[in-house]
Design a protein around this ligand. Structure first.
Ligand code: GDP
Ligand code: ZN
Length: 365
């Protein structure tokens, strides 16, 4: 374990408050007395975590109890560390309640290592002028963002490539349902200041969007320097080995926290059922008028949703995307179900093996 002074050329050592620590966290933490300190996970490297603590950072492992429960801290998590600098060790013993979570894959795998980022307040859904600018794709990302609990903001990057910057957001407005839509050029530094209202001190922001839309360029622009140049840090893990970690949580000069997490970029629709409902809320409102309560809004008689498409109040492509996301969700959940069965089998295999070893008189039982 190595306590460094925030390393990486960072301009300052943030306090817990600057890391997003609130009264609520303090309340949850208050039951810990003794050699415990709070921290926030910066990144995970297989079995070690880099954690910001007040005035520095440590590399820590996790307790056997957390391991047993399958509770692995994710980037952005607030954690409790058993911090014993004199013994040269630091161990994460608890994860404080998460305000929001991004999960990989589908739901139904509780207790397993599925959270990929936690406590994100605002998510920038990044898209780019040109062929990436697609209302259907935005709906998909909106569903994911809503499901996480974070507040979405739509950022249209590469405004410099748009023939008419004034109309750039026109195709997005109908699906944004009141969510801010901001066009910027990360390359030319245009419109970046319009993101400032969302970059408040202690607020955690993550970027999601397709590859190539300019997320890295935007992060670098907001940081004012290159992430890759500054994010490599050599530290000692619990066993005194050198490890190289890529920091994923950054403190912007203005005080906001930015999570640069490839996992967040690839987050699946699998857990987004509540997010789909929120993204397509007008379809759910219309559905209240359907004749059948289990109407699938396909060819059922008396379907108020199909009626709305016919009368032009709901666009056919929006309904189509709603159906597509629902199908995708069902597929991913089925896949997860299969995964669950597999892991159950693996567990049984282990138990069977153990039973055999007991009967052979092997092992320490
Ligand atoms: P990421 O995959 O989303 O992280 O995208 P990158 O940040 O790597 O950017 C992909 C490409 O788009 C790079 O060649 C960038 O230089 C370019 N790019 C990023 N932002 C802009 C922009 O505002 N305007 C233009 N014209 N190109 C940009
Ligand atoms: Zn219907």
């Amino acid at each position: 374990m190595n306590t460094s002074d925030f390393g990486c050329g960072e301009p300052h050592s943030p306090t817990m408050k600057q890391l997003g620590w609130t009264e609520e966290h303090a309340k949850s933490f208050s039951k810990y007395t003794g050699p415990y300190v709070p921290g926030r996970v910066v990144c995970r490297q297989k079995t070690v975590w880099e954690v910001f603590i007040e005035g520095g950072s440590v590399t820590a492992g996790i307790s056997g109890a957390l391991k047993k429960l399958g509770r692995f801290p994710a980037v952005g998590d607030f954690v409790v560390l058993l911090h014993q600098p004199e013994a040269g060790s630091s161990t994460i013993v608890d994860i404080l309640p998460q305000k929001t979570v991004f999960t990989r894959g589908a739901s139904g795998r509780e207790g397993t290592d599925q959270v990929i980022a936690a406590n994100i307040d605002t998510v920038f859904i990044v898209t780019a002028a040109g062929h990436d600018l697609n209302a259907r794709r935005i709906e998909r990302y909106l569903a994911i963002a809503h499901a996480s609990g974070a507040r979405p903001v739509i950022v249209i990057n590469k405004s410099d490539l748009a023939p008419d910057p004034a109309t750039i957001a026109d195709s997005i407005i109908p699906v944004s349902s009141g969510i801010p839509v901001i066009s910027v050029s990360a390359l030319n530094n245009e419109g970046i200041n319009r993101l400032e209202p969302f970059l408040l001190t202690g607020t955690t922001i993550a970027l999601i969007g397709s590859s190539g839309v300019g997320k890295s360029t935007l992060i670098n622009r907001l940081l004012g320097h290159s992430v890759q140049e500054t994010s490599q840090t050599r530290d000692f893990d619990g066993r005194g080995r050198h490890t190289t970690t890529v920091r994923q949580l950054f403190v912007l000069e203005g005080g906001a926290l930015m999570i640069d997490n490839p996992g967040v970029r690839e987050v699946g629709i699998g857990t987004a059922s509540s997010g789909i409902a929120e993204t397509f809320s007008e379809i759910l409102t219309l559905a209240e008028g359907c004749r059948f309560s289990d109407c699938r809004h396909d060819r059922e008689p008396g379907c108020a949703v199909q009626e709305a498409v016919k009368s032009g109040t709901l666009s056919a492509s929006r309904l189509e995307n709603y159906h597509r996301l629902q199908r995708e969700l069902a597929f991913e959940q089925e896949k997860a179900g299969i995964g669950l069965v597999r892991s159950e089998r693996k567990k049984w295999k282990g138990i069977t093996k153990m039973a055999k070893e007991i009967s052979k008189g092997k092992g320490n039982f």
